[in-house]
Write a protein that binds this ligand. Structure first.
Ligand code: NAP
Length: 290
């Protein structure tokens, strides 16, 4: 068997087109990105998000603060953007410089504008199974699974990785769709035993080819979130590409999950804008919860 490759590049483009159509319908969707410091990778990510937002017809405010910005100054900037009705979605690029408490910064973002889905309120809603803003990467994975009509109800899903931004929200989204979910991590014993049982296997580890082909159940859907730098800065996944000989569906790296993330963050901005309009129609403050 050779797996059907799940084309994240094409699907990401479709999502961005859908987003652009929704932006046109709403008339105005505004996001603001906040970057503190000079981390080169963070600058690249922010520029990509800015470019994608502008291409979708959004207003995108690009706030770049010097590395010496104090925590209080950052919190004041976030408070201003929370109160600004022209900003529907607010994104603070992580990591922040060491002198800033990341949790304080995240908690300062109005949950209703938290298009990265990282505020504890939104994480809590996800845990409770309530509709909310969810991090872009796991949201993108769900869209991929749906697009390729991969059955989830009653399926055995194994998520390798338990980060707050990928593994944990991924597991909750799969659980909401009635999969039987196992979460594996660095202390899991006999990882292979678990992965071999997975109808749906999501790898979000950050270690090149930690999932070898013989760890994949024949006929499984394999989603590789990993983006690891190999020789010559080549991007390599967490799953050995040989696993495509056993899997029924598999995401390539690059061109799989990667292109979905920003598209889904933009989709979150549209969701935030739509809910924001509904909230102001009810006379509620923009900075309140969803
Ligand atoms: P992370 O915060 O470093 O989390 C990695 C997780 O993997 C942790 O839960 C860790 O367990 C677990 N782990 C580490 N070694 C393991 C092993 N040998 N066996 C089983 N589990 C192991 O990383 P992340 O932010 O979730 O990102 C994961 C990967 O996805 C990275 O390659 C990242 O670049 C990529 N990523 C891609 C996108 C995209 O758009 N495609 C977006 C985000 C992330 P412990 O909790 O026990 O330490």
């Amino acid at each position: 068997m050779t797996a059907t490759l799940i084309d994240g590049k094409a699907l990401g483009a479709t999502v961005r087109e859908e987003v652009a159509a929704r932006v046109a319908e709403l008339g105005h969707v505004g996001i603001a990105t906040v970057l503190v410091g000079d981390d080169p990778a963070s600058h690249i990510y922010i520029d990509l998000k800015q470019k994608a937002a502008l291409a979708a017809g959004m207003e995108a405010r690009d706030i770049k603060l010097p590395a010496a910005t104090s925590e209080e100054e950052l919190l004041a900037t976030i408070a201003e953007l929370n109160a600004d009705d022209t900003v529907d979605g607010l994104l603070v690029q992580l990591p922040l410089p060491d002198h800033i408490d990341e949790n304080r910064a995240i908690e300062a973002i109005a949950p209703a504008k938290d298009i990265d889905g990282i505020h504890p309120f939104n994480a809590g809603c996800l845990y409770l199974g309530r509709p909310t803003l969810v991090p872009g990467t796991p949201l993108g994975v769900m869209r991929m699974l749906d697009e390729y009509e991969i059955p989830l109800q009653g399926a055995r899903a194994v998520v390798v990785g338990r980060s707050a931004i990928v593994g944990k929200p991924m597991a909750h989204l799969l659980l909401q769709r009635h999969a039987t979910v196992t979460i594996c991590h660095s202390r899991t014993q006999d990882l292979r035993h678990h992965t071999l049982d997975a109808d749906v296997l999501v790898a979000a580890v950050g270690r090149t080819h930690v999932i070898s082909a013989d760890m994949v159940k024949p006929g499984a859907a394999v989603i590789d979130v990993g983006m690891n730098r190999g020789e010559g800065r080549k991007v390599l996944g967490d799953v050995d590409p040989e696993a495509a000989e056993r899997a029924a569906y598999m995401t390539p790296v690059p061109g799989g999950v990667g292109p979905m993330t920003i598209a889904m963050v933009l989709q979150n901005a549209v969701t935030a804008a739509r809910l924001g309009r509904a909230r102001s129609a009810r006379g509620e403050a923009a900075s309140s919860a969803l």
